[in-house]
Design a protein. Structure first.
Length: 237
């Protein structure tokens, strides 16, 4: 089996090659951002917190290639950081992110979507938006890949299958892997309201142990106004 990281890097490189070979159909958008960030607990410690003001410069480039059946897109960005009170943490590559996405629509009713991402950061807590876990500053990497197929069954019903795999690595040898498979179905019951159901199976692996969860949910969404939507979802894990 091809390692996840190898597959992701191959997909990123493939997208870049296709984009460069089709200059006449490619839109390339460079950007440069600047921000000031205040962190009241820079090292994520339970006591003796240290604060700092961080100057962050973010150069990035985004490219997109469109064809009748294909849409290929990619983005590369990195952060340069300067710390006012902790110069030892200054870095020319404090954060780096590469993304690639391929959308294939062989018919009006079917959409196949694949995506890959490779990220590195010196703040591992940024990779744990779901759990909210915080770690002290250290090098962390994430490799993720996703594949999904969505089909419009009829004018009011849509179904989708999706699979996602994520590998995280933290300096010191700590690593984890998450795999998620899901199936969803949505049906529009009125001009404003949609009902849906989904089943999700997730496996989380850490070292030699793993945990599997199964979630079945049902939901209802109502566009009460052109600018406001109410959504209610519930189920059992």
């Amino acid at each position: 089996m091809i390692p996840l990281r190898t597959a992701v890097i191959a997909l990123l490189g493939c997208c870049q090659t296709i984009m460069l070979d089709a200059q006449t159909h490619t839109v390339v958008t460079p950007s440069l951002g600047a921000s000031e960030v205040y962190d009241s607990n820079l090292l994520s410690t339970p006591s003796n917190e240290q604060d700092d003001l961080i100057t962050r410069i973010t150069p990035a480039i985004q490219a997109e290639y469109r064809a009748p059946l294909w849409t290929l897109s990619g983005r590369q960005a990195l952060d340069v950081e300067r710390f006012e009170h902790h110069p030892e943490l200054n870095s020319m590559i404090a954060r780096e992110q590469s993304r690639a996405r391929v959308e294939y629509r062989p018919s009006a009713r079917l959409l196949v979507d694949t995506a890959a991402e490779f990220s590195t950061t010196q703040n591992p807590g940024e990779l744990n938006a779901v759990t909210g876990l915080a770690f002290t500053r250290a090098t962390a990497r994430r490799v993720a890949a996703r594949a999904a197929a969505t089909r419009q069954m009829n004018p009011v019903t849509q179904a989708a299958l999706a699979y996602t795999a994520t590998e995280d690595w933290l300096a010191g040898g700590l690593g984890s892997r998450t795999q998620t498979a899901s199936v969803t179905a949505d049906r529009r019951v009125s001009a404003r309201a949609t009902v849906g159901a989904s089943y999700q199976c997730r496996e989380f692996s850490l070292a030699s142990s793993s945990i599997t969860s199964n979630v079945l949910t049902v939901g209802w969404t109502d566009a009460v106004t052109p600018h406001a939507t109410i959504a209610i979802n519930g189920g059992r894990r």
